[in-house]
Structures are given as C-alpha cells and as structure tokens.
Write a protein that binds this ligand. Structure first.
Ligand code: ADP
Length: 179
C-alpha cells in the first residue's frame, strides 16, 4: 500500500478487489450506461450487492460518459455505490475530459451524501480500453486537484486489480509533492 496526504486528504493505492473494501463508505462502479450487471467491476459489484442493486439502478439509467450516480450498497459492506460511466477509448471524446469528469462527479456525489471515504477502481482501463498509464495520470491528477475543495471526503483509495497497474498508479501518485 502506498499513501500520500494532500490538503488533509489521504490518497492510497492498493491491489485488491473493489468489493472487498469494508472500511470505505462508498465504492465506485466502472458501470455501463444501463447501470446493469456486466463483466469486470460491474459484474463483481452486482454479484456482491445482490439483485436489489440492479432494481435500484434501473430508474436511474441510462447515464452518459462522465456521469456519476449514487445508490445504496445493499449486501456490500459499503453503505453506498457510486456508478460512473467512463469513456470507451477511441469512441467517446474528449476521452481525457470525460474520464476526469467521472472522478470529479463521483467525489461530488460522495460530498453531497456526506461520505468520508471512497474507493475507486481503474475506470475505463478494462473492457473500455483506455491505456492505463494515461488513465492513471488523469485519475490521480483529478483527485489531487479536487482535494482542496473537499469538505467531508477525507480518504480516497485506488484499488488496482494487478501489481502492474498498482505500479503505474503509484508512479502517478508519486509525481505529486505531498506534505
Ligand atoms: P471499464 O468497462 O470501465 O473498462 P472494467 O470493469 O472492464 O471497466 O475494468 C476496469 C479495471 O478494473 C480493469 O483494470 C480491470 O482489470 C479491473 N477490475 C476488474 N474486476 C475488478 C475487481 N473486482 N476489483 C478491482 N478491479 C477490477
């Protein structure tokens, strides 16, 4: 685990499973537009949350790239799930701005709900094909940029599925000067 502090916010990078973060108020779903169960992160979250999550999601769909909506966590250990639709690389443009909007909007939903901690997966870098180096820079950079504006959120965790992705996110995090 690597962590840094900026503007009173702890930013962590770990390897693991997004559905196994019981100390976080919310986990973020790399959702599809229909907010339906699918593969990857969305499949894991819906399996762990149970069928009530899909029922709560249905009236909130569809969402657009960059959007984030919040639901309850149902059978997850987390009170909430924040569902983000990342850009499909090479299709949804401008990809960098849409990916940054996911992180900004997810943090906005967390703040509106008064949450203290949020765990993100690496949005768009699986089925949606976003190169992980570029995505990591945007993910970490957007959270760092938002840090000074956060009131309730005090901990942000990036949960990476592989050691190689962890290394890339840690390098992105280490580019920032922290106190
Ligand atoms: P997207 O459709 O936004 O690309 P994916 O779910 O396909 O989202 O993948 C996003 C990233 O999350 C990929 O790096 C993938 O390896 C990783 N991933 C898949 N399952 C999990 C999981 N259970 N926990 C954390 N990360 C996961």
């Amino acid at each position: 685990m690597t962590s840094r502090h900026i503007e009173g916010i702890s930013i962590e990078c770990v390897t693991g499973d997004i559905v196994d973060q019981p100390d976080m108020d919310a986990i973020v779903n790399a959702a599809n537009a229909q907010l339906a169960p699918g593969g990857g992160v969305a499949g894991a979250i819906h399996r762990a949350a149970g069928p009530e999550l899909a029922r709560e999601c249905a009236p909130l769909a569809p969402i657009r790239p960059g959007d984030a909506v919040i639901t309850r966590g149902h059978d997850l250990p987390n009170a909430h799930v924040i569902h983000c639709l990342g850009p499909v690389y090479g299709v949804d443009e401008p990809a960098d701005e849409l990916l940054a909007a996911c992180y900004r909007n997810a943090l906005a939903r967390a703040e509106e709900t008064g949450l203290e901690s949020v765990a993100f997966p690496s949005i768009s870098t699986g089925a949606f094909g976003y190169p992980v180096e570029a995505a990591a820079g945007i993910a970490v950079g957007t959270v760092v940029d938002a840090a000074a504006t956060l009131d309730t959120v005090r901990r942000v965790r990036f949960v990476l599925h592989s050691e190689s992705d962890l290394g890339i996110y840690v390098r992105a995090l280490e580019q920032w000067a922290f106190t």
